[in-house]
Design a protein around this ligand. Structure first.
Ligand code: PAZ
Length: 312
């Protein structure tokens, strides 16, 4: 009997590519080829939540809580650490550098003078700090956006495949909150669901686990870091370890929904117990972000991984 396609292949057969896919993949390919020649490290950071449309002409969709805080902050720290960054993010979620201005009214920060406008005195220093960092790093930052789960998975697959050329110089940091459930395109109504049809029942399919082909086929030599989100702390370490055992990648970072900004655990295949990163009271007072510590930790792990790959 002929072997059936694995479910991840079927997913890509059944769900069309996003618009601008080829153009975005070309941009990603250029970054990877250039970095491979220069032997630069490249981090793919995925960030924000995926939507699950209920209709093909989408009026309604299922979404999740993720704002892209983790991904956008981490992108800045990876850039500071010397990485080139591909920032694969949910459209309109937080982005590196501009995140510092979210919720602020730009018109309250500028002064309008007779022949030009300028930044008001009160905001000069804070804007200068962020603007200088942005100017310094923007040539090493490629931002690609997605909306739906299918858009995200198409772009994830293509980016991982293009990063293969980088071997162990590639680091994948999968912080996006990706839906586990979806409605295949063939089962979605074409037009807006009408309330005249009565109460709505939805039947969602399981999304195939893409970490398996990612680790074994798409980017087999990359350093892969996944995130595990739980709401029940007692499950966190077990679930993180299970994920590592199942997919054989490099690090799983566990976090709890309500404490994710101050506490994470890292598990890897080499150590039997989890390493904790927790912000102290003085870190919080000084505005230290947990992502700075996560990236510092991963940079060291990635350096070791790269050195081992080269020698052996
Ligand atoms: O985007 P955010 O900063 O609000 O949240 C970050 C996060 C909790 C989505 C991330 O740290 C994470 O755990 N991502 C993986 C989620 C999962 O699919 O298990």
């Amino acid at each position: 009997m002929a072997q059936e396609d694995p479910s991840w292949k079927t997913f890509f057969e059944e769900n069309p590519k996003p618009t601008n896919f080829d153009k975005n993949v070309k941009l990603i390919q250029d970054v990877c080829q250039h970095a491979a020649v220069k032997k630069n490290r490249v981090a793919l950071i995925t960030s924000g939540g995926t939507t699950v449309p209920l209709e093909q002409n989408t009026v309604r969709f299922i979404d999740n809580f993720s704002a892209g805080t983790r991904g956008s902050a981490s992108a800045e720290y990876f850039l500071d650490a010397g990485y080139q960054v591909i920032f694969l993010h949910r459209s309109k979620s937080l982005e590196p550098y501009s995140r510092h201005l979210v919720g602020r009214n730009i018109f309250d920060m500028i002064e309008v003078l007779p022949d030009h406008i300028t930044v008001g005195d009160k905001h000069q220093i804070e804007l200068r700090v962020v603007a200088e960092k942005y100017q310094r790093h923007k040539c090493n930052l490629l931002m690609i956006s997605f909306n739906t789960l299918a858009d995200y998975l198409w772009l994830l697959q293509a980016t991982a495949q293009k990063m293969q050329i980088l071997g162990p110089l590639a680091l994948l940091y999968l912080a996006a909150a990706v839906s586990d459930f979806y409605i295949p395109t063939s089962q979605m109504p074409h037009h807006k669901i009408q309330s005249s049809g009565g109460p709505l029942s939805l039947s969602l399919q399981l999304v195939p686990k893409m970490l398996a082909p990612l680790v074994t086929l798409w980017a087999p030599n990359a350093f892969v870091v996944s995130f595990k989100l739980e709401t029940n702390e007692t499950l966190l370490e077990t679930k993180s370890k299970e994920s590592l055992l199942k997919y054989h990648h490099n690090v799983v970072i566990g976090n709890i929904l309500n404490s994710r900004k101050v506490y994470v655990t890292l598990v890897d295949s080499a150590s039997s117990s989890a390493e904790e990163i927790r912000l102290s009271a003085s870190d919080l007072e000084n505005g230290v972000e947990i992502e700075s510590k996560i990236v510092e930790n991963l940079k060291i792990r990635h350096e070791k991984y790269y050195a081992n790959h080269k020698t052996g």
